[in-house]
Design a binder for this molecule. Structure first.
Ligand code: NAI
Length: 508
């Protein structure tokens, strides 16, 4: 499997945000690049933006003058498509319209050598369908960069139905040589990232719709407990609701209205209002100098308990015992079902049931806490209290987590809470991608870590929680809501039956 040579000419069509970013990636790797755009003004803007980007890098001391001039010297203005005729690889980043893409690519295909590779940067169109409109569909693949292309490492190498293995291999090796993190996937709606990421937004929107908590609380929990760089609402505001809602709609429609991807009316309402997020000054949050925004309501300080009892195995939450000890709390152990006993109050990790349902099944548990990426490093934790809980139960548990140095955010008694249901749904979606042969376990996780900055790949995360618990969370959500949305991936259900992780090779 060999990469293109630095001496190979790269052609880029479309000088917008993505095209001009991709140009820089290829120039940085030593290629000569020809950039073409149908609109001469857009072409000039694209070339100017590449020059500006290098100027900024030089000003920040990242590259020297000679490097800047060398890179710019290898960029050629392609006034006509024919200027791309000697390219070994043409990457198309024009308007997201299959008819226009197919027409432009057919035109350039007729000019190229037979072994040249034609790649599309499409985010949502079928690579199979684009390729089918060309003479040499086996030479066509998706090469999906993320915005900004010079910064974000992930590149999805998308194979259409008849893409030659050698073509996908060459693109993979080339992306590696370009210092990117390539992953392979099949041409299916949303590829890996735009499909697996849907529940990150979807569950937050669902919790908001059910008024489990406000946007600032949900974001604070996803960041402080889940370890996500950004909360779902601030991220949607940044992406823009027009774009984020359109991606959800396109995945939902392309998967024939599968309930798992149902778009949110809350988000549609923002789009209808023209509240597209940061770029319009209003979204879930307000932007601008004097914008007044909601802040997460952290619980008031409560007394720390002197002692706790760990009853049975706390599983993924086991580090809480050591943290309690380190905080000067006396910890003793007893047999049981994974419950923390604090001044008589039973506390447990969410398993996808509400605290109220849990209490109804076993009156020993009154308060639930949410999943944390790392209980030692978490700065916040969400709690939910059963309707039947004894008076003072919530204050007692709040005092315990505060003694460990966590900000406590009390949410309404929503099944699966915030991080647990989000991670379970992300892992479920990732399992579907693996089960359907769209991508491997490793590539699916790599894509989510490098494409959207998740703190851990969803499948590795499921392994660390234990596949049986992830499966139980989904089954409980499905039972509570009675909706298709929460049905388990058959692969996850199978792994859970025997307690096997997704990374089986490494576990053995
Ligand atoms: P853009 O609107 O910034 O740039 C598109 C450029 O293509 C414009 O300069 C336009 O003049 C040019 N163009 C349009 N029709 C053309 C034609 N027939 N021949 C030659 N040039 C033509 O769009 P952007 O954001 O750069 O997106 C380009 C592609 O990349 C789309 O397929 C999009 O789905 C995909 N993409 C976009 C991402 C993003 O975050 N913006 C991320 C990953 C992929």
């Amino acid at each position: 499997m060999s990469a293109l040579q630095a001496t190979d000419l790269i052609g880029v069509i479309g000088a917008g945000a993505m095209g001009s970013g991709i140009v820089q990636v290829a120039l940085n790797a030593g290629h000569h690049v020809v950039l073409h755009d149908a609109a001469p003004a857009a072409l000039d803007r694209g070339i100017a933006s590449v020059a500006d980007a290098y100027q900024r890098l030089q000003a920040r001391g990242k590259i020297d003058e000679a490097t800047r001039l060398d890179r710019l010297g290898r960029l050629q203005r392609g006034a006509h498509l024919a200027d791309l005729s000697k390219a070994a690889l043409v990457i198309e980043a024009i308007v997201e319209n299959i008819d226009i893409k197919a027409r432009v690519l057919a035109e350039v295909e007729a000019l190229l050598a037979p072994n040249a590779i034609i790649a599309s940067n499409t985010s949502s169109l079928s690579v199979t369908a684009i390729a089918a409109r060309l003479q040499r569909p086996q030479q066509v693949a998706g090469l999906h960069f993320f915005n900004p292309a010079p910064v974000l490492p992930l590149v999805e190498i998308v194979s259409g139905k008849v893409t030659a293995q050698a073509v996908a291999d060459t693109l993979f090796a080339t992306a590696l040589a370009w210092n990117k993190v390539p992953v392979r996937c099949a041409s299916t709606p949303g590829f890996i990232v735009n499909r697996v990421a849907r529940p990150f937004y979807g569950e937050a929107l669902r919790l908001l719709t059910e008024r489990a908590a406000g946007v600032a609380s949900i974001d604070a929990i996803l960041r402080g407990s889940g370890g996500f760089r950004m909360g779902a609402f601030e991220l949607m505001d940044l992406i823009g609701h027009d774009v984020n809602y359109a991606v959800t709609r396109s995945v939902y429609d392309a998967l024939y209205g599968d309930a798992r991807y149902t778009p949110s009316l809350q988000q549609k309402d923002l789009v209808d209002a023209g509240w597209l997020g940061k770029k319009t000054g209003s979204g879930f949050y307000q932007y601008g100098a004097d914008a007044a925004n909601p802040v997460a309501p952290f619980a008031a300080l409560e007394a720390a308990p002197a002692a706790i009892v760990v009853e049975g195995d706390l599983g993924v939450a086991a580090p809480l015992a050591a943290l309690a000890q380190a905080a000067g709390i006396d910890v003793s152990y007893a047999a049981g079902k994974g419950v923390l006993r604090i001044a008589g109050v039973g506390v447990a990790l969410s398993d996808g049931r509400s605290a109220t349902a849990r209490h109804a099944a076993n009156a020993e548990v009154s308060v639930l806490f949410d999943l944390a990426l790392d209980y030692a490093k978490a700065t916040a934790i969400a709690l939910a209290c059963a309707d039947q809980a004894p008076a003072g139960a919530l204050a007692t548990v709040t005092g315990f987590f505060q003694a460990l140095g966590k900000q406590v955010i009390v949410i309404d008694d929503a099944p699966g809470m915030v991080v647990m249901r989000t991670v379970a749904m992300l892992a479920n979606e990732a399992a579907e991608v693996v089960q359907q042969g769209i991508a491997s376990v490793q590539d699916t996780d790599l894509a989510m870590v490098n494409g959207v900055n998740y703190p851990r790949g969803p499948l590795a995360w499921a392994d660390s929680i234990g596949t049986p618990l992830v499966q139980r969370v989904l089954a409980n959500l499905a039972a509570t809501y009675g909706e298709e949305r929460y049905r388990s991936s058959p692969l996850l259900a199978r792994r859970a039956l025997t307690g096997q992780p997704f990374y089986r090779e490494q576990a053995q």
